[in-house]
Design a protein around this ligand. Structure first.
Ligand SMILES: Cc1cc2nc3c(=O)[nH]c(=O)nc-3n(C[C@H](O)[C@H](O)[C@H](O)COP(=O)(O)OP(=O)(O)OC[C@H]3O[C@@H](n4cnc5c(N)ncnc54)[C@H](O)[C@@H]3O)c2cc1C
Ligand code: FES
Ligand code: FES
Length: 475
């Protein structure tokens, strides 16, 4: 028997059935509830016009985040609280949008208001960087961003900044067993433990695993694929955990980029910048590190730095778990070493020793909210000024995220000098034969990949005197 989807919409509980499991929140709000303040611009997570705020129980509190309603499937709301623009009733962001003239045609305005309201709720004093990050995933074609930024800065001064959370009612919509929903033969399961996930996936090995849906959502809204059975990982307790030990970091398969941000950003400021540029705030609130890996796109941004940092992948099924180096997971274009019934349980990222030089860089046409043409990551283990081991990985240069075997070999045992880096750059064409596509030509990719290695050299040495900044007295 099918459960109904039970959640809080603004200030009242809803129990919904009779809709396909791939109905997006946006379709539901506009077509069923006639809450048309939430707009559809692109239906692919790019424009932010559909931004809503989704809350969930986190212990005895509720946590609220801005997400793109156009790519989130309705059954994932089960047990959660959704807030739409209709619920805000002239909050400080709305007032500031009026007084700063932040709205012209108004189409983008609800999305901006929701993004900024989520920011104010979560940050007691948002920085300029926080404000710009919060709306990097919202597009406005007519007002221009200056008045909107003015409105954000003005609203940021408000004392009354919290959304009306409803922990008491949220507790009433929680389940004691796995949520199972069905409509016209299409199934949706939401297991709560790794054991339940392994069992239901063993029963439906052909099912589509769904985490944040920032890739899967678009298969439905853009490619119009029919998904027969979906298994949602977003409520699996173990998969949502981040473990931090002196040995490194363990990131559960359903941990979003937003939740993993601080722990991953601690490796290096270049990784922090890469993460800030991965999608938008809304996309990072939904999208997971595990989904990025399992999706296996050659231009996914998570893989190059994780491969360079020697990350391992733990895959689990009903039969048990196995661990493999992340780089071995990618077999060919969109073909991963994943057996039916297996799922990404966690990613293990070892701690970075002090004698490792590390940087990662993303090259894309736009700074924010754009997919990489090339993404490179570099990790050199140093003994004094000698390169003991080298791990260099790129996205966008081959059919899979890939290391540079030939280039790395050139570096081994050499001094980290201008001469060495030039020799390594010259070897790089032996590692890759990149493609030309709408993001970049093959020539551009090859040139930029070599130049990123040079940039890494400059940033890890004192360029003027060619003396390394890295202090090997700390070895
Ligand atoms: C507007 C927009 C901007 C984006 N920008 C970027 C960007 O800048 N850089 C970038 O790298 N990506 C970007 N993406 C792509 C996407 O956000 C990432 O790939 C994201 O990490 C996918 O995670 P998810 O949780 O949303 O995965 P989902 O869409 O839920 O799933 C993706 C794939 O992984 C599988 N899967 C999910 N979880 C598991 C699991 N535990 N075990 C096994 N398989 C699993 C699914 O079946 C599916 O095949 C963007 C997407 C959008 C919509
Ligand atoms: S409609 Fe454009 S992000 Fe959702
Ligand atoms: S006010 Fe018209 S798109 Fe922003």
């Amino acid at each position: 028997m099918s459960d109904s989807i039970k959640f809080i919409l603004n200030d009242s509980v809803r129990e919904v059935s009779g809709l396909p499991p791939t109905t997006t929140i946006l379709q539901y709000l506009r077509m069923q509830e006639r809450l048309t303040g939430t707009k559809e611009g692109c239906a692919e997570g790019d424009c932010g016009a559909c931004t809503v705020i989704v809350g969930e129980l986190a212990g005895d509190k509720a946590s609220y985040q801005a997400v793109n309603a156009c790519i989130v499937f309705l059954p994932t709301l089960d047990g959660r609280h959704i807030i739409t623009v209709e619920h805000l009733k002239m909050n400080p962001v709305q007032k500031a949008m009026v007084s700063c003239h932040g709205s012209q045609c108004g189409f983008c305005t609800p999305g901006f208001v929701m993004s900024l309201s989520a920011l104010l709720h979560n940050k007691s004093d948002a920085s300029e960087e926080n404000i710009q990050d919060a709306i990097a995933g919202n597009l406005c074609r007519c007002t221009g961003y200056r008045p909107i930024l003015d409105a954000a800065r003005a609203a940021n001064k408000a004392e009354e900044r919290h959304l009306a959370s409803d922990v008491k009612t949220l507790k009433t919509v929680q389940r004691q067993k796995m949520f199972a929903y069905e409509d016209a033969g299409k199934k949706f399961f939401s297991p709560r433990t790794v054991k339940e996930l392994a069992e239901i996936l063993a029963l439906y090995p052909e099912a589509t695993l769904l985490a944040g849906g920032t890739d899967v959502g678009l298969w439905v809204t853009k490619q119009h694929l029919a998904l027969n059975t979906i298994i949602y990982t977003g409520n699996v307790v173990e998969l949502r955990q981040i473990g931090k030990t002196p040995a490194g970091l363990e990131i559960g398969g359903a941990v979003s980029y937003a939740r993993a941000f601080d722990a991953l950003a601690a490796y290096d400021e270049s990784l922090e910048e890469l993460l800030r540029r991965l999608g938008s705030t809304q996309v990072r609130n939904l999208g997971t590190v595990g989904g990025n890996i399992a999706n296996g796109s050659p231009i996914g941004d998570g893989m190059p730095p994780l491969i360079a940092l020697q990350a391992k992948l733990v895959l689990r099924s009903k039969e048990g778990a196995r661990t493999l180096p992340l780089e071995d997971f990618f077999l060919a274009y969109r073909k991963q070493d994943k057996k039916p019934g297996e799922f990404v349980e966690k990613i293990i990222v070892p701690a970075k020793p002090k004698n490792v030089l590390f940087k990662t860089y993303k090259i894309s046409k736009r700074f924010d909210q754009d997919i990489s043409a090339v993404c490179g990551a570099f990790a050199l283990t140093m003994k004094g000024n000698i390169i003991e081991s080298a791990r260099i990985a790129y996205g966008g240069m081959a059919a899979t995220p890939k290391r540079t075997a030939k280039t790395e070999k050139v570096l081994l045992g050499k001094k980290w000098t201008e001469e060495t880096v030039r020799q390594a750059m010259a070897a790089m064409p032996e590692d890759f034969l990149p493609l030309s596509d709408m993001r970049a030509s093959a020539e551009y990719r090859a040139t930029v990949a070599a130049n990123l290695l040079y940039r890494f050299y400059l940033e890890t040495t004192d360029a003027k005197t060619a003396t390394r900044v890295y202090n090997y007295a700390e070895d």
